[in-house]
Design a protein around this ligand. Sequence first.
Ligand code: AHR
Length: 502
Amino acid sequence: MRANVTAHKDYVIAKIDPRLYGSFIEHLGRAVYSGIYEPGHATADEHGFRQDVIELIKDIDVPVTRYPGGNFVSAYNWEDGIGPKEDRPTRLDLAWHTSESNEIGIHEFAEWAEQAGTEMMLAVNLGSRGLDEARAFLEYVNHPGGSYWSDLRKKNGREEPWDVKLWCLGNEMDGPWQIGQKTAAEYGRVAFETAKAMRAFDKNIELVVCGSSSPKMATYPEWESTVLDYTYETVDYISLHMYFDDHEKNTANYLAKASLLDNYIDTIAAVIKTTKAKKRSNHDVYISFDEWNVWYHSNEQDKKILGGNDGWPHAPALLEDIYDFADTLQVGCILNSFIRHSDVVKIGCLAQLVNVIAPIMTVKGGPAWRQSTYYPYLYASQYGRGTALNLAVQCESYSTDFAKDVPYLDVSAVESDKDGGLTFFIVNRHPDESIELDLSLQGFTHQKVIMDKVMSGHALDAKNGPDAEQVAPKDGQGASVTQQKLTASIAPMSYRMIRLGV
Ligand code: AHR
C-alpha cells in the first residue's frame, strides 16, 4: 500500500505547549508507596525516593505531574500530610478502599517533583470539602509568609513558597463513583466561587475546571456547556479524561478508537467556542487532557480490593496493567491525536506514571522496568516539542461500527524549536501490509535522516517484564531523503519515529 503525505513549512497547527507530555501520580495502589517512595530500597535516597525510578522519569523529561488525585482527592484532607510523620493519621481512602498512611504529603511530593525535574499540578478537594480548604491549601503552598498557613509551612520546614501555577478544581465531579459527585449546575457554582477565591489570592495561577470523565457519560457534552456557562471567565482549561480498552480483542477496532478521541476533543473545542461567543468574551479556554491511557488489563484482578473483600490494605497492587505491543501502537496513536490537536489541547497527563496503569513499573525491593508503552511516550516528550505541522495525508482507510475512514497510516509531525529537527511519529495500523511512504517536504531544507526508531515485528500480545524487555525500539532501516522527499517502508503493525536534519 502507498501513502502520500505533504508537509509544508507554512502549514502549521500550533506551537505545542510542552505540558502536553505531562503525567500523573495519585495516592492509589503502589504509585506512591513502593513506586516513587520506598525507604530502604537499594536506590532510595535519604528521603526514601527511588533513584532508579527518578532516572527513568528524567529520561522521558516529564514537564508536569498532577497530584494527589484522581478519585483519591475527593475525600482527601491535605492537612493530614503535613507536620511530623509520626503524628500523621492513617485514613481509610473511600475511592480505592485502601488505607492511607499519609507518610507522603505535599512537602515530600514537592521534594520528589524537584528531584524528578517536573512541575507540580495540584488538585483541590471539591468532593467532600470545598472553597475554604482550597484557599487554605493555596495559601500554604504559594504564599511567601506572614499568614497562618504560610507560616505553618515554614514551621514544617519549607521556607520558600513552591509557587505552583496549575490547579485543578476537583476531579471527575460528574462521576457517580466520586465522593461528593455534583450535578453540572451544582459543580459549576462551586467551581466558580472557588476559582474566584483562589484568584483573589493569587492572580497568576492557572485553573482547570472539570469536564466529563469520559465521552460515554450520559451528561456529556451538556456538562461542559453548563459548567463553562458558570466558570468561563474564571478558568483557563477544561479537563477531559479518556481511557481505552480492547476487551473484545479486536485490534482493528481498538486502534480505530483514537478517532473517538478526535471527536471528543473536537466536540469540546466547539463547546468552548460557542460559550466564548455567547459570553462575548475575549478570554480563551483550552483543554487539559489530564488523564488518558489504556486501562483494562487489570480490571478483573482489581475487583476484590475495590469491592472491599480484602479489607483496607495499604498500597496494594491496584490497576497494574501490564501492557502489550498493541497498547504501544495505541499510545502512539493517542499521542498523535494530541499533537494534531495542539491548538486546543495544551496540557496532557498520561495516567499514571508509576505502577498504576503506568509506563514505569517497580518490583518492591527489586528493579524498576519499562513497559512497552514507555517508548512512544518517551519519543513524543523528547522530540515532540516545537511546532505541530498540518499534514495532508492520502492513504487507504477502513471503517468500524463507530468510526468511518480511519487511515491505516496515522502520522503527526513536529518541527523542533530546539534543534530545528523535523520529526514524524508514525503508526501503521494495517495487520499485514507495509505502507510505502512518500512524504513531500515543502519549504524545508532538511536533507538527511538523523534518527530512525522502530517498534515492529512483535506479537500483539508481547509484553515486557522486570527481567526481560521484549518490546523495545530498534534502529529503523531504509528511510532516506532525496529531492525534498522522505521515503520509507513502514512495516505492518508498527510504531516508527523518523527525525530529519538539515
Ligand atoms: O487514573 C485512575 C482513575 O481514573 C483516577 O483516579 C480517576 O480520576 C479516573 O477515574
